[in-house]
Write a protein that binds this ligand. Structure first.
Ligand SMILES: *Cc1c(COP(=O)(O)O)cnc(C)c1O
Length: 375
């Protein structure tokens, strides 16, 4: 029996974060601007490459909200969204009075199915409504089928918001996730691969879009000596103190990716081959940061048995995200489904996956799973 709880994904500081926080205090930059904000943004821009212009924000959710605004989404518009995701991918659609249209997953990546997405677009067009944007997610760090989605996006001229909240450090054909959409978003929430305690970023493809994002994120002040506003603004900028944590975390991002990938390899080596268990391999040309290691069991009952057994030993695990089209708050909206996400929700389990897990944590956790399956 373990005494300390083994968490799904807990913050893992590198050591240099306090150096940057201290410099914010010493220079009195305790504000939603300052050298750490600029430093963190340029760290991210250098890391992502691909003409990335980064606006550091208060959260990933606020980044999606601003991306939708910058794409002109407003009341009554339709936005296509991956159904299998965290609710934050979809909530900002509703903030704007727009309507989410949910699209189910493909089995190979668990992300939005390009085939179903195209069907959905054709169907919406036939009803006389052209969706304004597509929100595609790299779930649990596994990249979605970017090439197929880009083809659809160009064919129908509908821009893509790449929800890379879980996928900083993942790659698609050698390009970094977070740099692959018309807009991309990142999250630095406490459980993500790197964290600023809370925070996010909007990644834009040009400097002009970033300027607009920062303008909206800082209450949309016109240029005037007094406070003047011609548009509704938001208070969404990241603070200079928090950005200091981000700068420290960027120094260890590569290590964090390696550690999470090692967790996956360890679980896979201990558990694959047991009856009824499977893992999600990387499709060709893709590198996952393995933010969370997920397993699929043969049934809902086995999944629950394992989850409860781990919980009894003070180990946190969690079912796969419940699809948005099945959520009480979203089930009234149109959806294009094939059953894949519902099946993943029923049979899937996320295992403790933090970069700070000890060898012993991994041995105990995988030992308990082995026992529950064999027994
Ligand atoms: C965490 C997360 C978000 C939101 O990020 P916050 O920083 O928590 O607002 C959005 N999408 C996905 C898929 C996430 O996992």
């Amino acid at each position: 029996m373990t005494k300390e709880r083994i968490w799904l994904s807990s913050p893992h500081m590198g050591g240099r974060e306090q150096h940057y926080i201290n410099s914010a205090f010493q220079t009195n930059w305790i504000a939603p601007l300052g050298p750490n904000v600029q430093g963190f943004e340029s760290d991210l821009e250098n890391y992502l490459a691909n003409e990335s212009h980064v606006a550091a924000l208060a959260s990933g959710t606020s980044a999606i909200h601003l991306a939708l605004i910058l794409l002109g989404v407003g009341r009554g518009d339709e936005v296509l969204c991956q159904s299998l995701t965290f609710s934050a991918s979809a909530n900002p659609i509703s903030y704007l009075g727009a309507q989410p249209i949910f699209v189910d997953s493909e089995e190979s990546s668990w992300n939005i199915s390009p085939e179903l997405l195209e069907n959905a677009i054709i169907d919406r067009l036939s009803q006389g409504k052209k969706p304004k944007a597509i929100i595609a997610v790299h779930l649990y760090g596994m990249p979605c089928d970017v090439l197929a989605l880009n083809r659809i996006s160009s064919k129908y001229k509908i821009p893509i918001i790449e929800d890379s909240a879980e996928a900083l450090g993942s790659e698609y054909l050698g390009m970094r996730c977070g740099s692959l959409g018309d807009f991309s978003i990142l999250s630095f929430n406490g459980n993500k691969i790197i964290t600023t305690s809370g925070g996010g970023a909007l990644v834009c493809r040009d400097q002009e879009a970033k300027k607009k994002a920062v303008f909206l994120a800082t209450q949309a002040r016109d240029e005037a000596p007094h406070y003047q506003h011609s548009q509704i603004g938001y208070n969404y900028r990241m603070s200079n103190v928090v950005a200091g944590i981000g700068r420290g975390q960027m120094e260890v991002l590569d290590d964090r990716v390696e550690a999470r990938r090692r967790n996956y390899e360890y679980y896979k080596s201990r558990l694959s081959g047991l009856p009824g268990i499977s893992f999600l391999d990387e499709p060709k040309g893709v590198k996952s940061n393995r933010w969370l290691t997920c397993i699929l069991l043969d049934s809902y009952e086995t999944r629950e048995k394992i989850r409860l057994e781990l919980e009894a030993h003070n180990i946190e695990s969690r079912p796969i995200w419940k699809p948005m089209h099945l959520q009480p708050v979203f089930q009234c909206y149109p959806s294009y489904v094939n059953g894949v996400s519902e099946d993943l929700f029923n049979r899937g389990l996320c295992l403790p996956s933090g970069s700070n897990l000890t060898d012993e944590d991994l041995i105990i956790t995988s030992g308990l799973i082995r026992k529950s399956i064999i027994r």
